[in-house]
Ligand binder design. Structure first.
Ligand code: SAH
Ligand code: SF4
Ligand code: F3S
Length: 439
């Protein structure tokens, strides 16, 4: 009998891409291939890529150059590029990188068995057609983590924020059928999963055309039916934040009190240019509503600094928004011009040093706020899900609170295992981490 060929998958980008790699793993295993953990042993290397910023693409080009030596050592090795870059750059990739055997976009993963066969016959191929009906509804992702699961409930995005490439790489927004999501959650529950994160680029605009269910009801139904599972979700767009969703978050203990709620900029003119469809004042009123209903809810954000034509005044408005809102944490980026987006036609007019200076100012302010907020946690007791050993100190363990804070703790006398819910009293903190003791 011929031995099964092994595939090593490397994933870049967002959680949706991670979940896509699990879908890919499931498709190829069904077709008779193995998932290989060690890159050196693999017969095929799949790189699942991200296009969101120029930096992300640059990293992947560097990785492809590095992979050349693997192919030299093993001439029959197959290297494939998957994901958002595949859709974004298409044929250019096959031309630019001679080590690639095939390139496949996010809507064409069902073709993988065929593409692999062609590659073994030495035919290079490109499969990047958009398919706005594809949701991979019937495919059960192959998951290695037995505690936490990502569940993509929708694909694509219709928002066309002017800076963003995602609507072009992932196509139109489409929601999975609610029945298939409920089925997947039920099967994860049977397997003993402790935490589920619902994913979508715009998760709160979820709508199942068949059952007429909106996101708030989907979340409520799943949380009510599975009280022993923690539910999280991301990313919520401010323009789709409903009172109903705010109510549901506050009504269920097993819906985590953490909201990722990207603001992007504190200046209304920039928000308009970004096509975000809300004003800073409206955003602020939503934050107030959320905090009124859920005083302990942690809120995090994304900020883009140095957007085309951003004035110093507008940059200061973003700083002042951070001071007013006091986010628990933030992902902060320097604007990166992306091909095919609307903002590509706005002159990228800020000098690089000024963009970096503004970004550093934002990062410094936010980390001082995070540090202060985390200091306030000292003395409090958090219920937290044990994730495993600490990455820095193998003698310590790490857990995550419902508010999405990482808590490092010393292993107590009693036996503790990954997936346990434990209470930790916070004793120390930094801007990014809490330290606690078992109570
Ligand atoms: N769908 C999510 C986020 C998708 S991308 C949302 O709407 O919030 C994640 C983050 O990357 C964005 O929130 C934005 O802050 C950042 N981003 C996207 N395109 C960018 C670009 N061209 N330059 C810099 N940052 C960008
Ligand atoms: Fe991009 Fe905007 Fe869609 Fe988020 S909502 S993925 S930032 S276009
Ligand atoms: Fe990147 Fe695509 Fe996600 S561009 S952020 S991997 S949707």
């Amino acid at each position: 009998m011929q031995e099964k060929k092994g595939i090593y998958i490397e994933t870049y980008g967002c959680q949706m891409n991670l979940n896509d790699s699990e879908i890919v793993s499931s498709i190829v295993q069904e077709a008779g291939f193995l998932i290989e953990k060690k890159i050196e042993k693999a017969d095929m290397i799949f790189i699942n890529t991200c296009s969101v910023r120029e930096n992300a693409e640059r990293r992947i080009f560097e990785r492809l150059i590095h992979l050349k030596q693997y192919k030299k050592r093993k001439p029959r090795l197959i290297v494939a590029l998957l994901g958002c870059m595949a859709k974004n750059l298409q044929a250019e990739l096959l031309e630019k990188s001679e080590i690639l055997d095939f390139v496949v976009g996010p809507d064409e993963y069902r073709k993988l068995p065929e593409l692999i066969r062609e590659a073994f016959n030495k035919n290079r191929a490109l499969a990047v057609q958009p398919n706005n009906a594809e949701t991979y509804d019937d495919i059960i992702p192959y998951r290695e983590n037995s505690i936490s699961a990502f569940v993509s409930i929708m694909r694509g995005c219709n928002n066309f924020c002017s800076y963003c490439v995602v609507p072009y790489t992932r196509g139109r927004e489409r929601s999975r059928k609610s029945a298939s999501i409920v089925r997947e959650v039920k099967s994860l529950s049977k397997k003993g999963i402790k935490e589920i994160t619902f994913l979508g680029q715009n998760v709160n605009s979820y709508f199942c055309p068949e059952s007429k269910i909106h996101f708030a009801s989907l979340l409520e139904n799943c949380a009510a039916a599975n009280p022993h599972i923690w539910f999280r979700f991301m990313t919520s767009h401010p323009k789709d934040m409903s009172d109903e969703l705010i109510e549901v978050i506050s009504s269920y203990e097993n819906i985590c009190k953490h909201l990722h709620f990207p603001l992007q900029s504190g200046a209304n003119r920039i928000l308009r240019m970004m096509n975000r469809k809300y004003t800073y004042e409206h955003y602020l009123s939503l934050v107030e509503k959320i905090r009124l209903k859920n005083p302990d809810c942690a809120i995090s954000t994304d900020i883009i600094s140095g957007f085309p034509s951003e004035t110093i005044e507008e940059h200061k408005q973003t700083l002042s928004a951070l001071k007013t809102i006091r986010y628990d944490s933030a992902f902060m980026f320097k604007y990166s011009q992306r091909p095919r987006t609307k903002a590509e036609h706005f002159p990228d007019d800020l000098p690089e040093e000024e963009k970096i200076r503004r970004l550093n100012e934002i990062i410094a302010l936010q980390s001082s706020i995070s540090r202060e907020l985390n200091k306030n946690e000292i003395g409090k007791i958090h219920l937290a899900l044990v994730e495993g050993k600490s990455k820095r100190n193998p003698k310590q363990w790490r857990a995550r609170s419902g508010t999405n804070k990482l808590i490092i703790f010393d292993l107590p006398e009693v036996e503790i295992k990954i997936g346990d819910l434990i209470e930790l009293k916070i004793t120390k903190s930094t801007s990014a981490t809490l330290f606690g003791e078992f109570v």
